[in-house]
Write a protein that binds this ligand. Structure first.
Ligand code: ATP
Length: 583
């Protein structure tokens, strides 16, 4: 496929305001692809050259891209910088400058998708001395052979700023539409995706082996499985009412780890499926020593442990272990224990479809006694009083609460289901638990804050069904001066000139932004609201947060992992019930 076909589709995608239209454009594009191209087309459209868990990034700074534009156009760097100041988008700058370049007619070889992908891949793989020069060369070569529209996207790509706003669900829907003409294959495609976290691989399998290949899709060691998530309920009674006899585990407040092992080779993935293996040498050693299987995939929560005091450190200290430098020193200062709570695969057997009670048995056999990996503490009960006692005891020991688990449920990769239900200290009265919101826009500072180009956030929850981000809060507090400066800089880089197709909001911020950042937000309660679109049905109000305050950036979450509309409605209902009880 010629790259110009992709660039044209990107231009349409950029202009569209609706998700359905987005899906249609993508499925039309897929129809033009050959089986050996689909993977690359999917990656490029996601703005990557490999599935995100591979951590392969083109990694080139703005200054170097400016240099490449100068070299390709023949204009001095000053001119490039000047144009960039006006456009705020190096893609547009490159497009404009190249259009006015006289030798424009010189480009004769049409660029192929393959060539563009290969150059980006080469750029991503060069490292060490002279690597920036190599990257500039790779980019200049593409720019020299591209037409102005192609140039726009070729320039944006290595900066990670494609601005298409395509989410994973849209790609899955588009693959289904390509094959079946509608969304009917979405669920099966999604299952395969949940097992491998690689949309390119899902696309390639569908193209080469059809839907049968997708149905036979198997879990693979070193392809991370998308994590199962927990629902919430406000009390022990309601949990027992929902699950009956269930397993109750402590909810450890640390770092979730998905461990993959094959012989001596070990990988540890984060909740967001980034590789963290290098950060935790003592955990890797523990895995090699204690896991009694040639091949295994299991999950646990890791916590820093204070051996002298015999207790676990708070979350913030465990988080200090997520670092690239001084790994060894920190590992000695704050060694981790890993509490294993689930097994997904062991020696050829996919356990994701087995019920919890069988998985737990397998897990108990999988982990040998030792000092690093322990089994999560668990009890089985159908008595709300016992559950409550276990919960109180967990809180007393500094845990976050408990997670109750349906004994007969399978492992729900990538989904938030009632198979796991969390109970934290207070889902009571005021909204004590924070919610995680996607930033969809921001406001300029006014009054005291006028010196900042930042005054507040417009935030949204995720509507899973519609794959849309719907507004729920305007946040004006919780920002220190330092935070404001940081947000001004971060958000300034991802400004877009219109509302994205997957965003629904009646409130208009000063600037819309790309979907990228998630913030944890505290609030007093959830109220009904005519101005916000979260949970808004025909003729009814939506939901809003009362007195929202920004707590922290959640860099471990991607936009689709924001709190969902469904969860907000559940929390709202819990709140109502508690208010009635207290009354
Ligand atoms: P939270 O901020 O409440 O942890 P979350 O969105 O990160 O929420 P949830 O699905 O709500 O994740 O809660 C499950 C999380 O709890 C898991 O991601 C895991 O990190 C943690 N956890 C701690 N102990 C357990 C356990 N025994 N079983 C399952 N998950 C556990």
């Amino acid at each position: 496929m010629e790259f110009s076909v992709l660039a044209e589709a990107y231009e349409k995608l950029e202009a569209t305001r609706g998700r359905l239209e987005m899906m249609a454009i993508l499925s039309e594009l897929f129809k033009k692809a050959k089986p050996d191209e689909i993977e690359k087309i999917i990656y490029l459209s996601q703005g990557v050259v490999a599935p995100p868990f591979e951590g392969i990034e083109v990694g080139i700074g703005e200054k170097f891209v400016e240099e490449a534009i100068a070299l390709a156009t023949g204009y001095p760097k000053k001119k490039v910088e000047e144009s960039y100041r006006k456009t705020g988008d190096l893609g547009k700058t490159a497009e404009e400058l190249l259009s006015s370049k006289q030798q424009m007619s010189l480009f004769s070889h049409p660029l192929s998708v393959q060539k563009v992908f290969d150059n980006f891949m080469k750029m991503a793989k060069t490292s060490g001395a002279g690597s920036q020069e190599m990257k500039i060369k790779g980019l200049v070569e593409l720019l020299n052979n591209a037409n102005p529209k192609e140039v726009r996207y070729i320039t944006r790509f290595p900066l990670g700023r494609l601005r298409l706003g395509i989410g994973d669900p849209t790609i899955l829907d588009a693959l289904s539409a390509y094959k079946a003409g509608d969304k009917s294959l979405r669920e099966e495609l999604e299952r395969a995706y949940n097992l491998c976290s690689d949309l390119g691989l899902v696309g390639r399998t569908l193209f080469s082996d059809g839907i049968e290949g997708i149905r036979k899709f198997k879990i693979k060691v070193f392809n991370p499985v998308r994590p199962a998530l927990a629902e919430r309920l406000p009390s022990a009674e309601e949990i027992i009412e929902k699950l009956g006899k269930c397993a109750v585990e402590r909810k450890y407040d640390g770092l979730r780890m998905e461990v993959h092992k094959q012989g001596e080779k070990v990988e540890i993935f984060s909740r967001r499926l980034e590789r963290m293996t290098q950060m935790f040498p003592e955990v890797v050693a523990g895995i090699r020593k204690q896991v009694k299987a040639k091949e295994a995939i299991f999950e646990g929560e890791a916590l820093a442990y204070n051996e002298v005091a015999g207790e676990y450190y708070p979350f913030q200290l465990t988080m200090q272990r997520k670092r690239k430098y001084n790994v060894k020193e920190k590992a000695e200062e704050y060694p981790l224990n890993l509490f294993a709570f689930d097994v997904l695969y062991a020696d050829g057997e996919d356990y994701t479809r087995h019920p919890y009670h069988e998985r737990r048995k397998r897990l108990e056999k999988l982990i040998a006694a030792g000092s690093v990996i322990k089994l999560s503490e668990m009890t089985i009960t159908d008595d709300p009083k016992k559950l409550e006692e276990f919960f109180e005891d967990s809180i007393e020991r500094g845990m976050e609460g408990i997670v109750a688990k349906d004994l007969n449920a399978q492992y729900n990769a990538g989904a938030r289901k009632f198979a796991w239900i969390k109970l934290k200290r207070s889902y009571k009265g005021e909204l004590a638990d924070t919610v995680d919101l996607a930033i969809i826009g921001y406001f300029l500072g006014k009054g005291m804050r006028a010196k900042f180009k930042f005054g507040g956030l417009l935030c949204a929850v995720y509507d899973e069904k519609a794959d849309m981000f719907k507004s729920i809060a305007k946040i004006g507090s919780g920002f220190s001066e330092e935070k404001m400066k940081q947000l001004e800089e971060m958000l300034g880089k991802i400004k877009v000139d219109h509302k994205l197709a997957r965003v629904e909001s009646e409130i208009k911020p000063d600037f819309w932004v790309d979907l990228k950042y998630i913030v944890a937000v505290a609030a007093d309660e959830i109220t009904r609201s005519p101005t916000h679109t979260a949970g808004k049905e025909k003729g009814e109000s939506g939901y809003a947060l009362r007195f929202p305050r920004m707590m922290e950036l959640r860099e471990d979450k991607s936009p689709e992992e924001a709190t969902t509309v469904k969860e907000i409605i559940e929390i709202y209902k819990m709140q109502k019930r508690i208010q009635l009880e207290e009354f």
